[in-house]
Design a protein. Structure first.
Length: 483
């Protein structure tokens, strides 16, 4: 049994950010690769940010992508509870310990007082920072004020001098000057711990061996290291994952596109493509390969923290689209239909006709990258009206031979019973022979008249789906409206 234990520790704010998916995935891959345990811990100590249903939504999203937790609020292990709001007594005990040891202290400064302090610092051209006004406040006086019911917070007594070193698997040795660190609040006036304290206490108690999280937490890490040292606990290994960037290299933001995993689910991305794409945001399998398509098992096999990059990872949506299209084209027909069904239904296709849907799915799959592309791709199958908008397609019908081909075609199908793929091919051969029209001059007008575009889905499949009546109606419409 491995000692590797990693955790994903989200604050449940309502949706799963694509960056959180990346963090969770890397933790999951690392745990699976090393036969370790992957823990979900809900960090809900900020009562102002709680959102109804956020935890259920989180599980729904992770179930969908196929990332499973070995210990969580849903399947508690021995070291729970796995939700911080249920661990308040535990934190209180550790805060008291720090205060008794002189490593933390109560601070009675009011929010107004602190605001005034900050404004004065800014006016003096200094960076705003807690000035330590209660750092050396006598313990007996503090105890009296607490007893009398006065509001207070508890702050960490950060050393005034020296430096704190963070050894990070991704970033190497990062040195912080203690004089730049605030006396961080560790217990708030509402009795809840802050992230810093709760996170460190829980990582220790839950025996977390590796803290793998986004780079935005690196500036907090020296405070965590100080806490570990004050408690006399061994440090976990830290690994801070590179930032996710928009294509202009600014920090990935909602303003430039979707950041919620749910948005990608709704737009018709597959779980496999999303996982594959996200896995490559900050990690690569190494120099010896340029493999880009990975199954989850292959990712587990190849993943290593050593191959996580330092530099920010650009979230390239066109690459995600391409990758999703690749997954769609490789899906087996049943899975494809399952995946496309909601989008077919939304587009107005009768999904109770499974055979028809299967055919439509196969017909459109070469030209869709996401579920959202389905509506446009199936338009031709729903419409009874032939509407040709493409200029190139209209040009094709202007050729003299186009009229001959379509009239002959119409003539021929009027005498047959059913029009299927083989009858269709036969008819085309006959027209070629009789009229001596071949290649694009023969095929393109038929394609345009039936699919309204020059580069539509595979013609025999469309014919199969349409049947004789719709084909002749479209050919007639092409002759009447466009020739
Ligand atoms: N609760 C933090 C978050 O929302 C956890 C950060 C960490 O992994 O330490 O991301």
């Amino acid at each position: 049994m491995s000692d590797i234990r990693v955790r994903f520790a989200p604050s449940p704010t309502g949706f799963v950010h694509i960056g959180s998916l990346r963090t969770a995935l890397y933790n999951f891959l690392f745990a699976r690769k090393h036969n370790g345990k992957f823990i979900l811990r809900i960090e809900d100590t900020d009562q102002n940010r709680l959102v109804e249903g956020a935890i259920e939504n989180l599980f729904r999203t992770f179930d969908w992508v196929g990332i499973h937790f070995d210990e969580s609020t849903r399947n508690e292990g021995d070291l729970g509870p796995y939700q911080q709001s249920k661990r308040l007594d535990i934190y209180k005990k550790y805060v008291d310990q720090l205060v008794n040891d002189g490593k933390a202290y109560p601070c009675f400064a009011t929010p107004d007082e602190l605001e005034e302090m900050r404004q004065q610092q800014v006016a003096r051209g200094e960076d705003p920072k807690y000035d330590g006004r209660y750092r050396d406040y006598p313990a007996d006086k503090a105890a009296d004020r607490i007893k009398s019911g006065e509001t207070y917070v508890v702050r960490l007594k950060v050393p005034l001098e020296g430096e704190t070193i963070v050894n990070d698997v991704v970033r190497g040795t990062v040195t912080f000057q203690n004089s730049n660190l605030d006396d961080q609040v560790i217990l708030k006036s509402d009795g809840f711990p802050t992230y810093h304290l709760a996170n460190v206490v829980d990582d220790y108690l839950m025996k977390v061996s590796h803290v793998i999280r986004g780079e935005e937490w690196l500036p907090s890490t020296p405070k965590h290291v100080i806490l570990y040292n004050y408690f006399g606990w061994p440090l976990p290994q830290f690994a801070h994952l590179p930032l996710l960037l928009n294509s202009d290299r600014s920090k990935l933001s909602k303003r430039q596109g979707d950041v919620a995993v749910e948005d990608y689910i709704n737009k018709g991305y597959t779980a496999e493509a999303l996982i594959n794409f996200v896995s490559l945001l900050g990690w690569s399998p190494g120099d010896s390969t340029n493999q880009e398509i990975f199954t989850m098992d292959e990712l587990i096999d190849s993943f290593s923290l050593e191959n996580v990059n330092k530099s920010g990872a650009v979230f390239d949506t066109s690459k995600l689209e391409w990758m999703n299209g690749t997954y769609i084209r490789n899906m087996d027909p049943d899975k494809l239909l399952n995946f496309l069904n909601p989008f077919l239904e939304k587009a107005g296709i009768d999904i109770t006709d499974k055979e028809m849907c299967q055919k439509i799915a196969m017909a459109i799959r070469p030209r869709i990258n996401t579920g959202n592309d389905v509506a446009a791709a199936v338009k031709i199958f729903i419409s009874e009206e032939l509407e040709i908008a493409e200029q190139e397609a209209l040009e094709i019908l202007k050729e003299e031979s186009a009229k001959v081909v379509l009239e002959t075609f119409l003539d021929k199908i009027s005498t047959i019973g059913t029009l299927d793929q083989s009858v269709f091919k036969e008819i085309m051969k006959e027209i070629q022979k009789e009229k001596n029209i071949k290649g694009p001059f023969l095929w393109k007008p038929v394609r345009v008249a039936i699919t309204a575009t020059e580069s539509g889905p595979d013609l025999p499949i469309v014919i199969d789906i349409f049947g004789k009546d719709k084909v002749s109606s479209f050919i007639k419409q092409a002759l009447n409206k466009y020739i």
